[in-house]
Design a binder for this molecule. Structure first.
Ligand code: TYD
Ligand code: MG
Length: 452
C-alpha cells in the first residue's frame, strides 16, 4: 500500500520543501509555502485492469541514442512554430498557461484542426464533445484525424492515448485533471503535480508530445502552473490585453530553443488569426499630427516591429503627480523622467505623465526608450513629431543615447514601411547603404533641437 507523504512548495517560485517554513529559502518570500500530499512507492496503473505503462529504465551509451529524437514536426501554425523554435519535438511536454478566457482552448483546438494527416487527440475536461465541435465549427475547420475526448480522469486519457497513439495529445486543462490514485480534490496542488508528472512520463516513454493547458488566476492557484514549470520541457505563455484583440504567445522556458521569440495573433470571429506584419497593426499608419506621439522601432526576438507610443503630460491636479504606463514598465518610465529632469533640465517633477503603447501589447525592448522620451517631450512642448520619422535608442542615466542591437534590421524595417528618417544613437555603427535618412545623436538635447 502506498504511503502518504507531506510536502510543501512555494506558491511564488515553485520550490519544494520537506518541512514548513515561514520564508521560502529560494525566493525569500514570506508565507508562501503550502502543503500537499503525495503517495510514495506507487506506480500509476490504468484503473481496473492494472496495466502499468511504466517501463523499467536502463543506461545506454550516448552513441546509442538515435539523433532523430531532435527532429521536430511543424504545427502548421507559423507563430507557434516560431515560438517553439521550429516545431514540436516528439515526446516533449509543453505547458501552455494563460488567464481564463484569453483564448487557450481556441488556439490549441485550431492547432489540432490544422494538423491534417497526423493523429491528434484533444482531451478536454472543460467542455463536452458537442461544445468542442461547435467551437470547431466556428473556426470553420475540419480534420478527420483529430479525435476528441471529453474526460478528466488522467488514467482514462492515458489509456486512450496509448491505444490511439497520436502524434500529439492536447489536454485542456491541468486544473480539471483527476488522478484516481490521489484522494485530494480536482485542481488541488497534489493532483496537478501528480497528473503532470504522470503525463510527462507517459510522453517520454511513448514518444508522444503533450500540450498541457493551464489557467493562471490571481489567487493561489497560480501556483499550479508555477510548480509545473520545473517539470515540463517548454512553458508557453499566452496573454494579451482583454480589451484588445491582440494576443501574444511567448516561451518562458524552452529546453529545445530560444525564449526570445514571440507570436502575435488577432482574435476574430473565426478564431485566432496570425499577424504576419505586426508593424502594420501597431502603428496607426495615419498622419498623426497631435502632440505626444512617436514611433519606436522595437525588436521582439528576431522580428523588428514598429510600434506607436503615446504620452500625455499635464499639470498635476493633486499633490503627488501620477505616473502610469500601459504596456510599459512604470519604473522605467520614472527613470526616463528622472533623466529628462536631471540631465536635460525639463521640469517634469510636478507633472502627471501617462504612457500608452498602442495595440495593448507589452514589449520589453530598451530601444523603445528614445521614442518614449520623444513622445513625452512632444506632449510637454505641445508640438507634434512627424509621423514619418521613427526612433531606436536606449536612454543612459547620463542623458546619453545608447546603442541598440541589430540596428541594420531595424533600419530595413523602417525603410520597408516607408518612413523618411530614423533617429539612432551615434554610438551605433551606422550602415551606409540605407535608403532612409539615418540621423544619429549622442544626447537627447541634439534630437530635441532638431525636432522642436
Ligand atoms: P477560450 O479559447 O475559450 O479561452 P480559454 O480557453 O483561454 O479560457 O476563448 C475565450 C474567448 O474567445 C471567448 O470570450 C470567445 C472568444 N472567441 C472569439 O472571439 N472568436 C472565436 O472564434 C472563438 C472560438 C472564441
Ligand atoms: Mg478553455
Amino acid at each position: 500500500m502506498a504511503k502518504e507523504k507531506k510536502l510543501y512548495f512555494c506558491k511564488n517560485c515553485g520550490a519544494e520543501f520537506s518541512q514548513w517554513m515561514g520564508q521560502c529559502n529560494y525566493c525569500h518570500e514570506w508565507n508562501t509555502l503550502v502543503e500537499f500530499s503525495v503517495k510514495k512507492n506507487a506506480s500509476l496503473s490504468i484503473r481496473g485492469n492494472n496495466i502499468s505503462f511504466v517501463k523499467r529504465s536502463a543506461p545506454v551509451t550516448i552513441a546509442d541514442v538515435p539523433l532523430s529524437q531532435e527532429e521536430r514536426f511543424s504545427t502548421k501554425d507559423p507563430e507557434i512554430d516560431r515560438v517553439l523554435g521550429g516545431g514540436i519535438v516528439p515526446g516533449s511536454m509543453i505547458l501552455a498557461a494563460g488567464d481564463p478566457g484569453i483564448g487557450k482552448s481556441t488556439l490549441f483546438l485550431q492547432l489540432a484542426l490544422r494538423l491534417k494527416g497526423s493523429r491528434v487527440l484533444y482531451a478536454s475536461g472543460e467542455e463536452s464533445e458537442r461544445q468542442i465541435k461547435l467551437r470547431a465549427h466556428r473556426l470553420r475547420s475540419e480534420n478527420t484525424s483529430c479525435f476528441l475526448l471529453a474526460e478528466n480522469h488522467l488514467e482514462e486519457i492515458i489509456k486512450h492515448a496509448i491505444e490511439l497513439h497520436p502524434a500529439l495529445l492536447i489536454v485542456d486543462s491541468v486544473q480539471t485533471l483527476q488522478s484516481s490514485y490521489l484522494d485530494t480534490s480536482t485542481g488541488s496542488i497534489g493532483q496537478i503535480r501528480q497528473c503532470t508528472f504522470d503525463l510527462m512520463r507517459f510522453s517520454k516513454e511513448n514518444g508522444i508530445s503533450v500540450i498541457l493547458i493551464g489557467h493562471i488566476t490571481k489567487d493561489g492557484m497560480i501556483a499550479g502552473p508555477k510548480i509545473l514549470e520545473h517539470i515540463v520541457d517548454v512553458v508557453l505563455q499566452f496573454g494579451g490585453d482583454r480589451h484588445h484583440a491582440y494576443r501574444i504567445l511567448r516561451a518562458k522556458k524552452n529546453r529545445f530553443g530560444t525564449t526570445s521569440e514571440l507570436g502575435i495573433y488577432e482574435m476574430g470571429e473565426a478564431g485566432l488569426q496570425e499577424v504576419r506584419d505586426p508593424s502594420k497593426i501597431l502603428t496607426t499608419q495615419m498622419n498623426f499630427n497631435s502632440s505626444g506621439q512617436a514611433v519606436a522601432v522595437a525588436l521582439e526576438g528576431l522580428r523588428p516591429m514598429l510600434v506607436e507610443v503615446q504620452a500625455l503630460v499635464s499639470s498635476a491636479v493633486y499633490g503627488t503627480p501620477q505616473r502610469s504606463a500601459t504596456g510599459f514598465d512604470t519604473k522605467r518610465l520614472n527613470m526616463l523622467l528622472a533623466i529628462l529632469e536631471k540631465r536635460a533640465g525639463f521640469k517634469l517633477g510636478a507633472k502627471d505623465v501617462f504612457l500608452n503603447i498602442t495595440g495593448g501589447i507589452r514589449i520589453e525592448d530598451t530601444a523603445m526608450d528614445l521614442a518614449l522620451t520623444i513622445a513625452i517631450l512632444s506632449s510637454y512642448e505641445e508640438t507634434a513629431v512627424s509621423s514619418k520619422v521613427c526612433f531606436a535608442g536606449e536612454m543612459g542615466l547620463g542623458g546619453e543615447i545608447r546603442p541598440v542591437q541589430r540596428l541594420e534590421q531595424r533600419i530595413s524595417e523602417a525603410e520597408r514601411l516607408g518612413f523618411d528618417a530614423i533617429f539612432v544613437s551615434s554610438y551605433n555603427k551606422i550602415p551606409t547603404h540605407a535608403n532612409i535618412r539615418v540621423i544619429s545623436a549622442a544626447k537627447i538635447e541634439e534630437i530635441f533641437n532638431q525636432l522642436f
